[in-house]
Design a binder for this molecule. Structure first.
Ligand code: ADP
Ligand code: ZN
Length: 646
């Protein structure tokens, strides 16, 4: 953190500009007057010149830059034409008396000579050629364009200085970052953790960043490095921006907000220059937060676009971002938060240590989360007595925080349209209907029936794994959609170096538990078990062909650790073996499925109780299972969880 107070850049800049203006003006005037001749010269034509030459009134003719001739009269000429002017010691005028504009130099010289010859002058006048610098001309030709450019540039810089943060639209600002700055002087960040409902886990992690920003010494004192980048991953509208803003609000530091797509412009090099500018601005305001929304717009894996052969501009923007993140010191107090809903497509280089090495998952809210979000957004609403947040939360599975904020606003508008004094339950219900209508096209909306199926499916996984000795014990089950999956269960995997056949088999049963539960309860199965089946099938093939765990195939392994064989072309076994493998795999999977059916049939009551609890709460934990099925007689205790989706 920088402790030296930085002078206000705005003032300093203006001060400099005024000086430049004043100096320029002085120079201009000085040049103008110094260049100007003090005595006025009268222009004459050829006839007058010839007359003076014939009369012998001229002392000398000076050619000035081969453009004009300065004519100096001698004593005779002066007496006749300028009686007031005294001749100098050489008997001539000390300054030119007349000026003649020359058309053609040769013709002029010829003419002067000829006239003098003809009139038989004793002391003929010779033409001297001098290069006198006319400062005015020189200045106008040589310097004016440059000065014009400088003035133009100054005006440009000034207007940039003024609109550096928010000003867009000007072509000159194209390389400037379009980041919107929120700070105490401009737009204060007035979002704090209070405004972010739910997201408890994300908040805990992000709290640490607030602490970094508030007390950097606490961490740097011990030699720790403050993280540079944190990636917020989650579906749209789940409050990633809100969370990032709340960090700035809590830590009371400036907040630069920009979208990844703002870096991308038609012109090559603009993105990179915007990144540079953004980091430059941020460093000036350190400690501060840079928030890059939709970072996937620039952070997509490089060189993976076979159609147009990659996007050079995007890649150079990404490279610049990586360079900047590497460049600023870990203790500079600039933390980059970025949001995406596609962490999987991001370039791996972004995730490397010293860049976005932390990831925080921001999921769609569960029942409790939704209730809290309703509470946050109802704070400023005039509610009728019949509004029940819990009920509304139940009506909105699959809604994001943004959707709920939308529901609240829509309900208020509906009540206002009807001229009501307060917003009642029916307004909210109508608003939900309307939002669902809009959402169904783009989002995953779960109907009540679907929710029940998903709950039983997940309860099936949970029940089987709880009741099988070697399956991983369950930690948490949710039916909140996340990513592509509709529900998820988290297990505590044991730390195993070798896995027995029994253990693999029990895991397969637990994986089949989802589909088996659908069969047991509803008598029909669904497509919802795709990833389960995929997992089980792969597992079974591995057991048979790699680990030598099948009796028919025996102790052979077709595993190729060198990775050089391409099994899709040549198989290391005969057609007959292939058939046996397929048969054994399907036998194994079927056996696991039957076993899952058995378990669930015998524990149908427990399964139903669990599923109902899941429908109600959307998230359940190991304790709930313990409550229903009793403690597991086997204790496998371990530390890291593994999630299972689908
Ligand atoms: P994202 O950046 O994830 O797409 P935003 O942070 O922009 O989503 O959320 C949009 C709006 O939705 C927020 O301004 C806020 O009103 C509302 N919102 C989203 N999540 C929450 C939440 N957890 N608590 C309160 N409001 C939320
Ligand atoms: Zn499943």
């Amino acid at each position: 953190m920088e402790n030296t107070p930085t002078p206000k850049p705005g003032n300093k800049r203006r001060f400099n500009f005024y000086w430049i203006y004043i100096i320029l003006t002085i120079i201009l005037f000085a040049l103008y007057f110094s260049g100007k001749d003090s005595t006025p010269k009268e222009d004459i034509d050829m006839g007058q010149l010839i007359e003076m030459l014939q009369n012998g009134e001229i002392s000398k003719i000076e050619l000035l830059n081969k453009e004009s001739a300065d004519i100096y009269l001698n004593e005779k000429g002066l007496r006749k034409r300028f009686p007031d002017v005294k001749a100098n010691s050489k008997g001539e005028s000390s300054s030119p008396n007349y000026s003649y504009q020359i058309g053609s130099l040769e013709r002029f010289e010829e003419k002067v000579e000829q006239v003098q010859l003809e009139s038989d002058i004793k002391n003929p006048v010779y033409i001297t050629n001098i290069q006198r610098r006319s400062w005015v001309n020189e200045f106008l030709i040589g310097w004016l364009p440059l000065i014009a450019i400088i003035i133009f540039w100054i005006i440009l810089m000034r207007s940039m200085g003024r609109g550096a943060m928010g000003g867009g639209g000007q072509i000159f600002n194209i390389g400037k970052s379009k980041a919107q700055l929120f700070d105490k002087d401009n737009v204060p960040v007035n979002v704090t953790f209070k405004d972010v409902a739910g997201l408890e886990e994300a908040k805990v992690e992000i709290m640490e960043i607030v602490d970094f920003l508030k007390n950097p010494e606490k961490y740097t004192k011990l030699g720790g490095k403050i993280p540079k980048g944190v990636l917020l991953v989650g579906p749209p509208g789940t409050g990633k921006t809100l969370l990032a803003k709340s960090v700035a609000g809590e830590a009371n530091v400036p907040f630069f907000s920009i979208s990844g797509s703002d870096f991308v412009e038609m012109f090559v090099g603009v993105g990179a220059s915007r990144v540079r500018d953004l980091f430059k601005n941020a460093k000036e305001k350190s400690p501060c937060i840079i928030f890059i929304d939709e970072i996937d717009a620039i952070g997509r894996a490089r060189g993976k676009n076979p159609i147009n052969g990659g996007n050079d501009e995007r890649e150079s923007t990404l490279n610049q971002l990586l360079t900047e993140m590497d460049g600023f010191g870990t203790n500079s107090g600039v933390i980059v938060l970025a949001a995406t809903n596609r962490a999987d497509i991001l370039d791996k280089a972004l995730m490397r240590a010293g860049r976005f090495d932390r990831q925080i998952y921001v999921e769609l809210p569960d029942l409790i989360g939704r209730k809290e979000i309703f509470e946050v957004h109802m704070r400023n609403l005039k509610l009728g007595p019949d509004v029940d947040r819990e009920f509304l939360a139940k009506q909105t599975p699959g809604f994001s925080g943004a959707d709920i904020a939308n529901v609240c606003n829509e309900a208020a508008l509906m009540a206002a349209r009807k001229g009501k004094e307060s917003i009642d339950r029916q307004d909210f219900m109508d608003a939900i209907d309307r939002i669902i209508g809009g959402l169904e096209k783009k989002n995953k909306i779960i109907t009540a029936d679907e929710k029940k199926v998903i709950a039983f499916h997940e309860a099936g996984h949970a029940t089987t794994s709880w009741l099988l000795q070697y399956a991983h014990p369950l930690v948490k089950v949710t039916i909140v959609p996340r990513g592509k999956s509709l529900g998820a269960a988290w297990y505590l995997p044991e730390e195993r170096q070798i896995t027995t056949k029994e253990q693999l088999y029990h895991e397969m049963i637990a994986t089949m538990g989802g589909r088996a539960a659908e069969q047991v309860v509803f008598g029909q199965i669904s497509t919802g078990a795709l990833s389960d089946l995929e997992k089980v099938t792969k597992q079974a093939y591995a057991m048979v062909t790699y680990y030598g765990l099948d009796e028919e195939i025996g102790n052979v392994s077709f595993y190729d650790s060198t990775g050089q064989q391409d099994f899709s072309i040549t198989k290391p076994f005969s057609e007959k073996t292939a058939e046996i493998i397929d048969k054994e795999v399907s036998k194994l999977v079927e056996k696991a499925y039957q076993e899952a059916l058995n378990i669930l049939n015998t524990h149908k009551e427990g399964l139903t109780e669990l599923a109902e609890k899941l429908v109600e709460k959307e998230v359940i934990f190991g304790e709930d299972l313990e409550h229903i099925f009793g403690k597991r007689p086997w204790n496998n205790n371990d530390n890291n969880t593994e999630s299972h989706e689908g």
